[in-house]
Design a protein around this ligand. Structure first.
Ligand SMILES: O=c1ccn([C@@H]2O[C@H](COP(=O)(O)O)[C@@H](O)[C@H]2O)c(=O)[nH]1
Length: 244
């Protein structure tokens, strides 16, 4: 475990905007610099459905479809089959759904991709959302192990059920790497250019810290989408994350 050369993706851009027009504008701006993988989340998908995925793909971007499935195994399998057919590169499921649900999700995703003749997406399990901290975990969820133990245990479950990796905070990377194999992906949202921030994210690191801690890829939304100059914001974050 550990020791191999770390695979690193350029930052995933979370396209959390309200309209198709805003999404297209941002993609056109980014495309001038390069074409990072675009994360489509609940806001755009629930507003516009699969056509938003196609719009992004038609512009030449790979898609990370982040719908965080969490339901009974049969429902998750059938939903994942539909996602598998869309030809996206990454998608997500909640580790808290358990062993059976995770395996069903994997099966559905692979079956959908096979039926459509496309490559199956990398399936990432959400461990603990980066908006959760120890206080919420203990006082609201009544979990009596530490946040890091919870994330570590979900990462093991994810690996044992055929997930390609997890979503976590970069703060938990060394704990996860201790119990998972080389090549297991750790993709990390909760990224802010400076640690001082004023929003819903609780477990936050900078792009440079994410690199130092060994993240395979950072997910960045508002620091790019709400910037006056989204392309420059993307390039600055990319440089801080990728440079050796
Ligand atoms: O634990 C998680 C899982 C997913 N996300 C998603 O990442 C982006 C982060 O956006 P920011 O604007 O940079 O906070 C967003 O789409 C979340 O749904 C996460 O933040 N934490």
């Amino acid at each position: 475990m550990g020791g191999s050369i770390l695979k690193r993706f350029v930052p995933f851009v979370a396209l959390d905007v309200a309209s198709e027009h805003q999404a297209e504008e941002l993609l056109d701006q980014l495309a001038v610099a390069e074409k990072p993988i675009i994360k489509i989340g609940m806001e755009l998908f629930y507003s516009f459905g699969p056509s938003i995925v196609k719009m992004v793909q038609d512009r030449g971007f790979d898609v990370f479809l982040d719908l965080k499935l969490h339901d009974i195994p049969n429902t998750v399998k059938r939903a994942m089959t539909a996602i598998g057919k869309m030809g996206v590169s990454f998608t997500t499921i909640h580790a808290a759904g358990g062993n059976e649900m995770l395996k069903a999700g994997r099966e559905g995703l692979d079956e959908g991709a096979q039926a459509a003749g496309v490559k199956s997406a990398k399936l990432l399990a959400i461990t603990q959302l980066t908006s959760i901290d120890e206080t919420i975990l203990h006082e609201q969820q009544h979990v009596d192990i530490s946040l890091i133990e919870s994330v570590q245990s979900y990462a093991q479950l994810a690996q044992n059920t055929g997930m390609d990796g997890v979503i976590c905070s970069a703060q938990e990377l060394s704990a996860i790497r201790r119990v998972t194999d080389d090549g297991f992906l750790c993709i990390t949202p909760g990224i802010r250019p400076t640690i001082k921030h004023d929003d819903d994210q609780k477990r936050v690191v900078t792009p440079a810290q994410a690199r130092e801690l060994g993240s395979n890829g950072i997910v960045v939304g508002r620091p790019i989408t709400r910037s006056d100059n989204p392309v420059q914001a993307y390039l600055d974050i990319k440089q801080a994350f990728m440079e050796e």
